[in-house]
Design a protein around this ligand. Structure first.
Ligand code: ATP
Ligand code: MG
Length: 419
């Protein structure tokens, strides 16, 4: 029988890759803790209605990409395609705002979208994201963008650029939408089939279409920044002033709209190198969603957040980060009672914090040392019966073959001194 494979577009993360994942995750946790963010973990399965309400049913994610199904009890469920909707649901469900008027939350976990797989585009992928709930000020926007940039820089990627735009408020959208519909209605024959449909359902998304003819038409389209009210324009100017103050390079990209319906005011993306990522160069997407919490039944609460694609980041940093695990010590037993001595000693060494392997069976010392060499250990401790009478062991450098007798009481210190 042919062994089964995992689902198309999904990936196993194998042991030789996992150290880099840990590194990325640990750096994220450590940095976000410095900004006083706390982790929140929400279920991967949610009611379908959550995403219909939060993301919008005319978005590509909900229309085409969501893994949605009815379970055996008849409940309409979906695998989460993104994190914000779930965080907001949890925020409202547990009235987090009551104890934390400004809630700073982050998450790391898998998301699911049934997209066409490509490099940097998968059907299960990991996002690390942050949500700053309850702050309306432009300084909050600047802080959250800064946090994303600092994180990426902390991994050794210095060349990141931020792209910014503002979508204004709930009044801006319909004005701009009408202007877009008027503009694109004159050009339907040059739009792809999807965009012709979007013209009816969600014309802003035409600006985000990846088809070259649609992109060419989008170049001359009305610009949303011309439709902002004075407060939103001032807010956007202040965000830019602060980023300049921080020395973070950015471009204002008036055609950027982002894929989710809930955004208001500032939206942003951070791009990595297109050489490494091809068409999937966006590593971070984020923005404000001041109306989302009210839309989901809460009190109007200004919020901003971002989500970062971990696989795309990993592609960019994998050659920059050198990780070496702590040295491995192999404990071999020799002579009468050798296995017992080796196992007891391995427990002592692990209790002292060392990384230790022990063979599970008695065997010749030669065979054990052969195994030690194959294991990747740098040192072997030989618990022989003769040295045991003097409460000592033999410490052997596996690469050079050099060995010395060490009293058991001095073993941990001796090993640590050599690492
Ligand atoms: P894209 O334009 O690349 O499809 P998006 O606008 O759909 O991105 P968001 O929903 O804002 O992306 O998600 C934020 C980040 O999550 C993206 O910038 C990307 O790094 C990552 N991401 C999104 N979809 C995928 C995917 N299918 N596979 C891997 N990473 C993804
Ligand atoms: Mg997408």
């Amino acid at each position: 029988m042919k062994p089964l494979q995992c689902v198309k577009g999904m990936h196993d993360i194998l042991p030789d890759e996992v150290a880099l994942w840990h590194h990325l995750e640990e750096k994220f946790r450590a940095l976000l803790a410095q900004y006083d963010y706390a982790e929140i973990r929400t279920p991967m399965l949610e009611p379908q209605a959550l995403f219909l309400r939060a993301i919008g049913d005319a978005t590509d994610i909900v229309e085409k990409e969501m893994y949605a199904f009815v379970d055996k009890g008849g409940d309409a469920l979906a695998l989460r395609p993104e994190g914000t909707a779930s965080v907001v649901r949890a925020y409202l469900q547990h009235t987090l705002g009551a104890t934390m008027p400004i809630s700073r939350l982050y998450y790391i976990g898998p998301m699911f979208r049934r997209e066409r797989p490509a490099k940097g585009r998968y059907r299960q992928f990991f996002q690390a994201g942050a949500e700053l709930i309850g702050a309306a000020e432009p300084a909050a926007d600047a802080e959250i963008i800064d946090m994303a940039v600092q994180y990426i820089r902390s991994l050794g990627l210095s060349n990141v650029r931020v792209q910014l735009n503002s979508l204004g408020d709930a009044q801006t959208r319909p004005l701009f939408r009408d202007a877009l519909v008027a503009y694109f209605s004159q050009r339907t024959e040059r739009l792809c089939a999807d965009c012709r449909r979007r013209l009816e359902t969600n014309p802003l998304r035409i600006l985000d279409c990846k088809v070259p003819t649609c992109q060419a038409e989008a170049q001359g389209a009305p610009v949303i920044l011309d439709y902002l009210n004075p407060d939103d324009a001032a807010h956007f100017a202040e965000v830019q002033r602060l980023l300049t103050l921080f020395g973070i390079p950015f471009d204002v990209v008036p055609t950027m709209v982002r894929g989710l319906d809930y955004y208001t005011q500032t939206i942003f993306e951070i791009q990595g190198s297109p050489d490494a990522l091809g068409a999937q160069a966006t590593i971070v997407g984020g923005g404000r969603y001041n109306d989302l919490i009210a839309q989901m039944g809460g009190r109007a609460t200004p919020t901003i957040g971002f989500a970062l694609g971990m696989e795309r980041l990993l592609i960019l940093v994998k050659d920059l980060v050198a990780l070496s695990p702590p040295p491995l010590v192999f404990v071999a037993g020799a002579g009468e009672g050798g296995l017992d001595r080796a196992m007891l000693l391995s427990r002592t060494l692990r209790a002292a914090g060392l990384r230790v392997l022990v063979p599970f069976k008695e065997g010749s010392l030669r065979a054990q040392l052969k195994r030690a060499n194959k294991s990747g250990a740098t040192l072997a401790v030989i618990a022989g019966s003769e040295e045991a009478q003097r409460d000592a062991v033999t410490l052997r450098h596996l690469e050079t073959g050099e060995q010395t007798e060490v009293p058991v009481a001095e073993l941990v210190a001796t090993i640590e001194a050599q690492q």
